[in-house]
Design a protein around this ligand. Structure first.
Ligand SMILES: [Zn+2]
Length: 49
């Protein structure tokens, strides 16, 4: 598993996501935001090793 730092486009919250694949290539992903309580676009800021 790899940890990634994501940033929600709508509320600006930064949080970590653990996934088993490389999401950096996508640049951004559509994912559920706990703050917005809905799916939003997130920037993939960096990988945390
Ligand atoms: Zn959000």
């Amino acid at each position: 598993m790899t940890k990634w730092l994501l940033k929600c486009h709508e509320c600006g919250t930064e949080w970590y996501l653990e996934v088993s694949f490389n999401i950096a290539e996508m640049g951004k992903i559509y994912h559920y935001c706990k703050v917005c309580k809905k799916n939003t676009f997130h920037d993939v800021l960096k990988r945390i090793d």
